[in-house]
Design a protein around this ligand. Sequence first.
Ligand SMILES: NC(=O)C1=CN([C@@H]2O[C@H](COP(=O)(O)OP(=O)(O)OC[C@H]3O[C@@H](n4cnc5c(N)ncnc54)[C@H](O)[C@@H]3O)[C@@H](O)[C@H]2O)C=CC1
Ligand SMILES: O=C(O)C1=N[C@H](C(=O)O)C[C@H](O)C1
Length: 250
Amino acid sequence: MSKLRVAVLGAKGRIGSEAVRAVEAAEDMELVAALGRGDKLETLVDSGTQVVVELTTPASVMGNLDFCVRHGMHAVVGTTGWTDDRLAQLNTSLAASPETGVLIAPNFSIGAVLTMKFAQQAARYYESVEVVELHHPNKADAPSGTATRTAQLIAAARAEAGCAPQPDATVTALEGARGADVDGIPVHAIRLRGLLAHQEVLLGGEGETLTIRHDSLHHSSFMPGILLGVRRVVSAPGLTFGLENFLDLG
Ligand SMILES: NC(=O)C1=CN([C@@H]2O[C@H](COP(=O)(O)OP(=O)(O)OC[C@H]3O[C@@H](n4cnc5c(N)ncnc54)[C@H](O)[C@@H]3O)[C@@H](O)[C@H]2O)C=CC1
Ligand SMILES: O=C(O)C1=N[C@H](C(=O)O)C[C@H](O)C1
């Protein structure tokens, strides 16, 4: 069987450099390009790239994906910064290239995907829910893509179940003290030397609390998800949002 021809964009970054090693070590893949900032995207075409792993910055990702989709290359995207407008723009590009697949995964680690799933399941049973994400201080953005997605999923589950708004009688004396509001769910971002990527979903009801916590302790935690994404995206045309779509989570 021929190997999948894979390129990594952002190849010198924290997660990109780990992805380069993971693709090189995968028996069913060949790393055909490893590009950093300033490298020419035409290299992707010249190298016969089938799947691009996009791990750059929110400022670069749209231009890179536009190029990939126009050239019929599938993409597995970990870069953050996704808004409804950006997703609509990407869907417009994909409509002109109907056989091309793009996976955007807010988080590639299995534990983070499960955290989102468990939080979604638990959300309707508790009066209060807040999300705390904790990352290394060089992280590109806040709140994390994972926390934003988690809060959106929680909010959607609560709306579907007809939950009342959360109780909160607090007067905010200093802007930001209660975190960011993502669809009515407070999201708090910690940046601390020594951390990598962590998240807690705190749920509270009468006389009890439930905490769902996930810790990524090394960038290797994201690699099985990236490799799974590469294998699956080639037969998943259009936009897939979330690695859970490629996992059998029941
Ligand atoms: N979905 C997931 O599971 C994960 C997502 N991330 C996200 O991935 C992104 C990268 O994170 P880090 O590796 O920590 O950042 P980083 O800053 O270490 O790496 C980004 C790299 O991309 C390069 N770059 C920027 N523009 C480029 C372009 N146009 N073409 C090629 N390379 C370009 C930069 O020079 C840098 O080397 C962030 O958005 C982060 O939130 C990070 C870890 C896991
Ligand atoms: O920048 C990071 O490090 C991470 N970014 C992603 C996010 O914003 O959710 C995934 C993970 O949290 C690591």
